[in-house]
Design a protein. Sequence first.
Lengths: 318, 318
Amino acid sequence: MNAVPLADRIAAGDPRAIARAISIIEDEAPGAADLARGIFARTGRAYLLGVTGPPGAGKSTLVDRLVAELRRAGRSIGVIAVDPTSPFTGGAILGDRVRMQAHASDPDVFIRSMATRGHLGGLARATGEAALVLDAAGKDLIIIETVGVGQDEVDIVRTADISIVVMVPGAGDDVQALKAGIMEIADIFAVNKADREGADRTVAAIDSVLALQTFAPGAWRPPVVKTEATTGRGVAELLAEVERFREHARPAAGSRQRVRAEFRLREILQRRFMQHIEHTVLDPGELDGIVDEISARRLDPYSAADMIVRRTLRKYTV
Amino acid sequence: MNAVPLADRIAAGDPRAIARAISIIEDEAPGAADLARGIFARTGRAYLLGVTGPPGAGKSTLVDRLVAELRRAGRSIGVIAVDPTSPFTGGAILGDRVRMQAHASDPDVFIRSMATRGHLGGLARATGEAALVLDAAGKDLIIIETVGVGQDEVDIVRTADISIVVMVPGAGDDVQALKAGIMEIADIFAVNKADREGADRTVAAIDSVLALQTFAPGAWRPPVVKTEATTGRGVAELLAEVERFREHARPAAGSRQRVRAEFRLREILQRRFMQHIEHTVLDPGELDGIVDEISARRLDPYSAADMIVRRTLRKYTV
């Protein structure tokens, strides 16, 4: 046990304390709630930047470029890379190592990969809590990078302060890809690998979909920026658009904070009640038995839930 | 109000009753729980086939081919297409219309598109309940088609009896795509658009990743099938593999049923408690006030949850 409390070491920006805190929270180890409670008052200052897009769009390379550019501007950075791991390849661990090397000597950059699987309470919870730790550690900007167009990933990015959707030439040309849930969350589009054939066609395709929408006077119209993550071309323009959006959205900044607060509260409540039911209301093994009955169609899940709710609330009557 | 109860009309396979029941459940309209309870005992017979893969892989066309092939074999089919809708394009509705036409005259095919957004209680809940309705309606096979590599979509497909992951030439060549969370759920791989250049390379890439894994004697090794959904080539082979897997997995069929049962019970319980808290425990508007306090960092979400849990359980003591 360290003499200085973990929360204070996090606040001092100690990378080992940050790493340990994220692990504790990720694994829901004992003390996770107390730790999160302890750092919460120190959070709320960081700007959360979500980056999403299909696999192979070059998001990791683009995020590395963004980090380099932001470091030149003197900002401290946290990166949470949500890495869909396969049990075959162990993706997250490999990715972590490769990515850590580039910024290994820089104490103002903290990069953490998180596997999509195996989080108690879900990926969005683990990501949100890791962002809290980095926020409490004083990072100016936290980049959350997710793969794909899944609802969970979209939710993660949606609760960020700004969302960048990364597309690649070819991928955006058919309506299929454009309607794939990501159009609606983009504050900025980055067409990466812009040196490839068809980049202008992809920009035009995005523009044509945006043209279908009417924007109220003064409303934000998502810009489309061409980038080449491998060379760094367009990255400064992308960050300029991020700054422009940040200024534009400043009056409404509180509403995304509020969405995050409500999401977090509901999530904690749901877990608390499930734990209470499993450990206090039901006898050991009873939940398994109920699931067996439902599985065999001898009991329906609605009646089972009624029974459990009744017992939970009655347990406390005299 | 129809004289015949909705549950009976569903059991008779009435398409309008099925459509209405899914809407009631999707919208959590009054009577949704009673309806689900009423049909539950009639479920558990259908085989659930999950189809997932990146946008643009040709999943919809492939599913249409599967439906046509299965109809020739005399099976009745339900299709739930999870359609990531953009508010710009109204994808789900458009897709629905186009797809319905092909099988419009066939009473033994029921196709329903579901948008990824706007479901009370989440997409996985809505999809699972829609599958229950189609199961109760006597469909032999229910195909659930989702886009992407998101955790939610993967969870939906994971609880199916069999999961087909659709890849396209080119997309599977880099490790990035292969590790994208979908390797681990595939019971069968379909490399679609197999007439395209690079199809064999994609098959080889999948095989090489599979080769990294050791399969226990008698364990299922996911086969890789080349398909051309536009011409129908390979679709019969794909269905033969589905049948082969079904036979192989028959001894363990109960375990996926059990996963679905537990998922459903937990999901219902969580919603019940949240509703109870919002409508009974807290005063009107109180939750909003708590969220405001958390958002302003005057209250942390863990202490807020403690307080709400205490009040919920105390409310019933004398």
